[in-house]
Ligand binder design. Structure first.
Ligand SMILES: Nc1ncnc2c1ncn2[C@@H]1O[C@H](COP(=O)(O)OP(=O)(O)O)[C@@H](O)[C@H]1O
Ligand SMILES: [Mg+2]
Length: 430
């Protein structure tokens, strides 16, 4: 049996633990730092996820066979290179490859060089040049901090005044720190967003089933962006025709380029797509599983995740055939009232026991922690209720018939996850 370590504390990491726990070859699972959900199937270890030396010491001392990195920050800061230097087996891209997420400027330049369809863009290092540019650009336009900003560094602006305020916030006030050293100002794209995540070993790449996230806090996609209020998979927006275009126009040129330039991408590449009139364009790359996309895509994967990761690290992904359940999956996030602006923590969560032993309805925890005999809230996104079923209607009903059974003070959830399915006539119109 193999011991594994997962780095991170959110819903994505609980899903990774849940999935790895189903492997007949996985022994003890450890999570740094984990949450109350991971504590039920793994041992949580309290180490800072940016303290690479301490985590590597832990992996050495606990006979860890492989470490899975959940969040972007340790990847972009080079955890994979550090673990490899210490001769530890780790799943994820190295620091150079992680720049695809760590620098939006870098990602845009690669897309340009490969001819990958994406929004037209300009890069600015000086406030005055950025300000000059927005004097004459079309609106709305999109202003992005170059670096990691926890999903908050993108500002959509409707006029010159808003644009200058955004430039000031990012570049002058350094609201997102060093991430705002440069900005990308890009063309606003209309359309429908979808996610495709890809397993890659540097030679072979295999797309997973598609998904659609719901980023905004309010129903009908209104209000500020969050980490994601729910998701479903696969999405009918990503038709076979679109899959072929993604392969031909995006993945093929990208992985060709990476190979030619000795950028060995191992792990999970996430494509954020905007689809309009049957044409997919890349909004961004991430270099790890999405959250909440992981919560709906991993439950549909039939393969042993440990084996897929092993084959990737051995450059043998081509020996794997990915197998997917024919089911559909939906996750509805239960969040703390007031999130993402201002919210309280420490509320006791009740009703979790209802969801213990079901394959088609289960809870993935995120911002939770154990306090005495209770589980309390410890973040904005608290947990996800995940349903699997044969039809979109069945997963929607299963989520919404049951989410009310989980309770904590000021709990909030969107009542319309999957609402875009109505456009394709898969969910009843109310
Ligand atoms: N060019 C664009 N046109 C329209 N909307 C965009 C554009 N770029 C980003 N967005 C919106 O902003 C969100 C966040 O942008 P993204 O590039 O994914 O950055 P991050 O996830 O790092 O915040 C996207 O999910 C999308 O809704
Ligand atoms: Mg994004």
């Amino acid at each position: 049996m193999k011991n594994v370590l997962i780095v991170g504390s959110g819903g994505r990491e609980h899903t990774l633990a849940w999935k790895l726990n189903q492997s007949s070859r996985v022994g003890q699972i450890y999570v740094i730092p984990g949450n109350a959900g991971t504590a039920e199937i793994a041992e949580n270890i309290d180490i800072d996820i940016l303290d690479f030396a301490k985590m590597a010491d832990f992996a050495e001392n606990n006979n860890i066979y492989m470490t899975f990195i959940g969040p972007e920050k340790p990847l972009v800061y080079g955890i994979v290179d550090y673990f490899k230097k210490r001769r530890l087996n780790v799943f994820g891209p190295n620091q150079e490859a992680a720049k695809l997420e760590g620098s939006k400027v870098y990602a845009k330049h690669i897309m340009e060089e490969c001819g990958i369809p994406t929004a037209r863009f300009s890069v600015f290092t000086e406030v005055k040049n950025a300000n000059k540019y927005v004097e004459n650009c079309n609106f709305p336009t999109v202003i992005k901090a170059e670096g990691l900003a926890a999903g908050k560094g993108v500002i959509i602006v409707n006029n010159k005044k808003e644009a200058k305020a955004a430039i000031k916030k990012i570049m002058e006030n350094r609201y997102f720190g060093e991430a705002g050293r440069r900005v990308v100002i890009e063309e606003y794209l209309n359309g429908e967003e979808a996610t495709i995540m890809v397993f890659a070993d540097g030679q072979t790449y295999y797309p997973m089933v598609s998904a659609q996230d719901h980023k905004q806090v309010g129903e009908g996609d209104t209000g500020p962006n969050t980490g994601g209020m729910g998701a479903y998979a696969p999405t009918p927006l990503v038709t076979d025709e679109i899959k072929n275009k993604v392969d031909k126009n995006i993945l093929n040129p990208l992985f060709d380029y990476l190979k030619k330039n000795n950028l060995d991408f191992k792990g999970v590449l996430f494509l954020g797509l905007m689809i309009k009139n049957g044409e997919p364009k890349v909004l961004e790359f991430n270099v790890r599983f999405g959250d909440p996309e992981a919560q709906v895509v991993l439950p549909l994967l039939e393969n042993d995740l440990l084996q897929v990761a092993e084959k990737i690290n051995q450059n043998k992904l081509k020996e794997v055939t990915l197998r997917w359940k024919s089911s559909k999956a939906m996750a509805v996030i239960l969040a703390s009232g007031g999130y993402p602006i201002e919210y309280e923590k420490g509320k006791t969560i009740k009703g979790l026991d209802e969801f213990n032993n079901s394959d088609n309805l289960f809870v993935i925890q995120a911002g939770t922690k154990v306090k005495g005999d209770s589980i309390i809230t410890d973040g904005g996104r608290v947990l996800a209720l995940v349903a699997l079923g044969d039809s979109y209607q069945s997963i929607y009903d299963r989520c919404y018939d049951n989410i009310g059974k989980i309770y904590f003070a000021d709990a909030y959830y969107r009542k319309d996850i999957g609402h875009r399915l109505k456009g394709v006539n898969l969910l009843k119109n109310e």
